[in-house]
Design a protein around this ligand. Sequence first.
Ligand code: 5GP
Ligand code: ZN
Length: 114
Amino acid sequence: MEDCLFCKIANKEIDSDIVFESDNVLIFKDKSPKAPVHLLAIPKEHIKSVLKISKLDGSIVKELMEAIGKMALEFELNKEGFRIVTNTGRGAGQSVNHLHFHILGKRKFNWPPG
Ligand code: 5GP
Ligand code: ZN
């Protein structure tokens, strides 16, 4: 995907503050954090959203989720709780059309979300 911001981050064409990397998964700090800890977890392979997740190898989805759990522990989000968010579609606030999971922690989260 030529013009995809997160593909460029995955390919290291654009710098990011990477906290986890494997062959298939990248986790980096959000450049405009909405919580004291705000990470973004992506598959390196371009897919647009959860609606296209069947295009991904199932083992990549597992790897992505395991990496999210690993980072939650590494950033010590497990004690107070944390939130994983995937905005999907414009109405829900998705601004980058490459599947990503926000990992937010170290503050209080309201329910239901806004
Ligand atoms: P969305 O709005 O699609 O749910 O989430 C996109 C996220 O990407 C936003 O939280 C935004 O701050 C973050 N973001 C946008 N551009 C960049 C960038 O160039 N680098 C990093 N690290 N994060 C970005
Ligand atoms: Zn992409």
